[in-house]
Design a protein around this ligand. Structure first.
Ligand code: NCD
Length: 332
């Protein structure tokens, strides 16, 4: 019998959470009540921390954080979340240079090694589908922190938490996604999670060549999100928009496809959000961006009370605290 044949042993109250030991690969891994549960727990954690409270519920727990792509917010907020709950982490920085990946080790083998070092593995990789492959080889729970142009489910969790905080309810909202909808993984996960809610209108504003993939639009329809509108002109949908979610062009995903790059460059409308854009939006609108921004939102907009992208990034810490606490089983 090898070490991999053992199932995880029961560890006192570690198995009381319904999320205990679960992999998080896709936004589809969360039901609507679970999204709400996570958001409520994130709010509770925020309140406790704001009042000077501290928690050690992840004392003795270790996260392996292995990112094969650049990151500031996601890696840092997972690490901060572990530390804030009394746990610790092993950061694999630049694994393609400094880990055995440089020697040709497969992702599957690396995952097996990390099983022995930590209790949860948080992985970002440039290939779509890589998180599922990682999870199938790992014994520890695997959290997808972005798999190429695929998904980014924990970003969607914090995005929905932000929307809930700012708009109160998620049901009934008119949400506009603008920018690179083809390669932007955050909006793939966000739209899947939104499809769990009722009476959502989803507007897609993108340049030619960067439209929301048909496969995702069909999937959303199957899940009941029927009200979908695609346009090149933000002003077609801005007056009705409750949440405007802007993304950057993921140029690193098509740098070798010269024809596509040229097509996008030629057709690219100016989608920069400026104070003028905000003048034409609802007073109650929430403006979001997963960041980093590279010119999509003018810094002149930052002081607008509707601009929530920096708050959104900050909420990422408590949402990931909630998620890690539940996966590692200390909060039922
Ligand atoms: C995003 C990502 O990595 O997908 N950033 C993030 O995690 N907050 C968005 C992006 O890189 O454009």
């Amino acid at each position: 019998m090898s070490v991999r044949d053992f199932t995880r042993p029961p560890l006192g109250d570690f198995h009381t959470s319904p999320f205990y030991g679960r992999d998080i690969i896709s936004a589809d891994d969360f039901s609507k009540p679970e999204v709400i549960q996570m958001s409520d727990l994130a709010t509770q954690i925020e309140m406790i921390e704001r009042n000077g409270g501290q928690s050690n519920i992840l004392n003795g727990k270790i996260a392996c954080v292995i990112f094969y792509e650049p990151s500031t917010r996601t890696s840092g907020s997972f690490e901060s979340a572990m530390l804030r709950l009394g746990g610790s982490y092993i950061p694999y920085i630049d694994p393609e240079i400094f880990s055995s990946a440089a020697k040709g080790e497969t992702l599957e083998d690396t995952m097996r090694i990390l099983d022995g070092q930590g209790d949860v593995t948080i992985v970002r990789h440039k290939e779509i589908g890589s998180a599922a492959i990682a999870a199938s080889s790992a014994r520890n729970p695997v959290i997808n922190a972005g798999d190429g142009p695929g998904e980014h489910p924990t970003q969607a969790l914090l995005d929905l938490h932000t929307i809930r905080r700012e708009q109160g309810e998620i049901d009934g909202l008119n949400v506009t996604l603008m920018g690179d909808l083809r390669f932007g993984r955050t909006i793939h996960s966000l739209s899947k999670m939104l499809a769990r809610f009722t009476d959502i209108t989803l507007n897609f504003v993108s340049p030619e060549g960067l439209e929301m993939p048909d496969g995702i639009r069909d999937d959303l329809r199957t899940k009941g999100l029927i009200d979908q509108n695609a346009t090149r002109d933000l002003y077609d949908v801005l007056p009705e928009t409750d949440v405007l979610y802007v993304t950057r062009t993921q140029s690193e995903r098509f740098k070798d496809n010269k024809a596509l790059a040229a097509k996008i460059e030629a057709s690219k409308p100016d989608y920069t959000v400026t104070p003028e854009t905000m003048n034409r939006a609802k007073d109650s609108m929430t403006l979001m961006h997963p960041l980093p921004r590279v010119g999509e939102i003018s810094p002149d907009v930052d002081s607008d009370p509707r601009a929530k992208y920096f708050d959104q990034a900050e909420y990422g810490v408590e949402v990931r605290e909630a998620l890690l606490a539940l996966i590692l089983g200390r909060a039922a």
